[in-house]
Design a protein around this ligand. Sequence first.
Ligand code: F3S
Ligand code: F3S
Length: 213
Amino acid sequence: MRPDAQQLAASEVERLTRAFRLLGDPGRLRLVAALLDDCEYPVRKLSSIALLSETATSQQLRVLHDAGVVRRRRVGRQVLYRLSGSDTRALARRAVQRAALRSSKRKDPLVTYIITEPCIDVKDKSCVDVCPVDCIHESDRMLVIDPEECIDCGACEPECPVEAIYPEDAVPDKWEPFIRINYAYTDGLERVNELVHDRAAQSPPPTISGYRE
Ligand code: F3S
Ligand code: F3S
């Protein structure tokens, strides 16, 4: 279930804002990312991973330590750092997983998945919950896939109860205009709304029993 942003308690918003702020620095983000998966490293190792001088690394580790994001312990002459459980750690984990997924599955830029006519006025949204990169977006009358973010994982396709989703190179000819409609997301949802409106006016979507009467 998607959380309702309006129902987030003020204290939660404050906690999350603090976590985002801590990650809002390239060096700190790299440091937190380096320590995911329960690694424990000294400053020298962290400075090479974070592409920072040892002085800058120590400064940023102090910020993270004061915020409760990292713990440290002395072993002989070395101080080792590791992450504590925190919102910052959880956010970094999600962000790094997402970035890794995107780069490991970087697709042929000419191919994406496309949502087509059966979605109009149905908007079941089962597809949204399975998309690992949150690239399916809601317009007034249907959902569309952001072609620049879709990584072609195909997880959405079997979830749609009205079979509205196709790989771009398998979209049925009659629904080819929906390729342009999905691509219009990069120009904004208003443009998508205009195109869907025009398409539905020219070619009203037929009924789908149980979904669109
Ligand atoms: Fe539309 Fe099917 Fe997704 S109806 S919202 S494409 S699950
Ligand atoms: Fe998401 Fe479907 Fe693309 S699940 S990544 S929109 S293929």
